[in-house]
Design a protein. Structure first.
Length: 441
């Protein structure tokens, strides 16, 4: 007689249907004690991952937060720091705490702490947006974003360790694929909801609801991740990643190929930094129509989901050309946007042209991210890959924070000037990347 409860038996059956297994339960590179719990762990991790991905979309530093800042009358100088804080705030703490996390036999608790802190910071952001505006709102929201990003860093540094101990090697890719697909579908639904009159037309209220829901989703993710049964793991071999990165900084001088790759990544930051300013420009020129935010969310989701397989194949042939082409696309879109908004001020863009513009710039950003990851992996060897990743992430994290000052240009001049400047840097990036050796294919 089976000792499994009806719920556990149901999860076993569903897991077999989803993963395509029949009689033999695959348990590769996970402890034997975790094998029986794999179905529950699979779905618990999947649910938590989907929930935090949806939450990230609701409070996107590239889309919804710039829109919120514009509604609150926050100066554009603050908008320039949204993406840098969100990206570097997740990246740099990982280098600091990775060694301490590695020393813990069980790392689920780190993810759970990060989830609770994320929920708390988002709730504080909602309260700040409800009670403040202008410069004060800008400072307080950026402070909340700093701590939110640090909390996300705790989740990021522990998530892969937990996954590696609880889900079989041959099932991890499927899990990540399902989570990306489900989160993408939810993002499209959110965008479509904003088209309906029933949601209301108060920009601030809806955006605050977004942030509150994002906070609640983290609490649900916490509950789901808590259900994972994590066996104890190895605690040795965890050096301090930041210390190792600083020790390896000599690579930037001695390794010319790596040096040129890092320069390329710094130039490509222009593509990531420019996106919030497109959101501000659209919000200003079309008077903040909430339905338009929904279309931008849809365009962002489609650009991410539809382009990834195609761009991935192209990157396998030549990741250099993918990076160069994506940077060129971002430059062209930016120059055209600047020209039209600067010299045809009387022209009112329609939804179709705005969505196309945003689709192309987010497509370029996605291609840049994928292309530079593939390029680094293809360029590196098993002996230096870890050093390459640590050094480049450290340099880019610092450069990203410094890049946040572009928002000041928007305050001194205007948003169009920032878009033009970053587009010209993207054009320079495209030309420079074409001089790199082609390491793929």
């Amino acid at each position: 007689m089976s000792s499994r409860t009806p719920i556990e038996q149901g999860l076993d059956w569903l897991y077999d249907q989803v993963t395509g297994e029949e009689d033999a339960r695959v348990c590769k590179e996970i402890p034997d004690v975790a094998c029986a719990d794999q179905p529950r762990n699979f779905f618990a991790y999947l649910a938590a991952n989907v929930l935090n991905k949806i939450s990230d979309e609701l409070v996107s530093a590239r889309l919804t937060l710039p829109w919120l800042f514009s509604v609150l009358g926050v100066p554009a100088a603050f908008v320039g720091f949204l993406v840098p804080i969100r990206e570097a705030g997740v990246l740099l703490p990982q280098l600091l705490v990775a060694a301490y996390v590695r020393a813990m036999p069980k790392r689920k608790i780190v993810w759970l702490i990060g989830a609770l802190l994320s929920a708390l910071m988002l709730l504080l952001m909602a309260l700040t947006a409800w009670h403040t505006s202008g410069v004060l709102a800008g400072w307080l929201l950026l402070a909340c974003l700093v701590f939110y990003s640090l909390a996300r860093g705790l989740c990021s540094v522990s998530a892969k360790d937990v996954l590696g101990k609880t889900v079989s090697k041959t099932r991890r890719g499927r899990l990540m694929g399902y989570s990306a697909s489900l989160a993408g579908l939810a993002t499209l639904v959110i965008g479509l909801l904003l088209q309906g009159d029933f949601i209301g037309r108060n920009n601030l209220t809806v955006l605050i609801i977004f942030v509150v829901v994002a906070s609640l989703l983290w609490l649900l993710a916490f509950a789901s991740f808590s259900a994972i049964t994590e066996p104890a793991g190895a605690t040795e071999g965890g050096g301090n990643a930041l210390t190792e990165a600083l020790r390896s900084m000599r690579l930037l001088v001695d390794d010319k190929a790596f040096q040129r790759y890092v320069i390329s990544r710094i130039l490509l930051l222009s593509v990531a930094l420019v996106i919030p300013f497109y959101v501000i420009l659209v919000q200003q020129q079309l008077e903040g129509q909430l339905a338009l935010l929904g279309w931008l969310i849809i365009a962002n989701g489609l650009a991410s989901s539809l382009s990834a397989p195609i761009v991935g194949k192209l990157a396998d042939r030549s990741s250099r050309n993918v990076m160069a082409g994506a940077a060129l696309l971002a430059a062209v879109v930016g120059v055209v946007t600047w020209y039209v908004s600067r010299f045809h001020a009387d022209w009112s863009p329609g939804i179709g042209s705005v969505v196309t513009m945003f689709f192309l710039i987010t497509l370029a950003h996605g291609a840049v991210r994928l292309g530079r990851k593939v390029y680094l992996v293809d360029m590196a060897t098993s002996d230096n890959r870890a050093q390459y990743v640590a050094v480049s992430n450290t340099v880019i994290g610092i450069a990203m924070l410094l890049g946040g000052v572009v928002g000041v240009i928007a305050d001194v001049f205007n948003v169009q000037t920032v878009i033009l400047l970053l587009s010209l840097i993207a054009f320079a990036a495209s030309l420079y990347i074409k001089t790199l050796p082609d390491v793929s294919g």
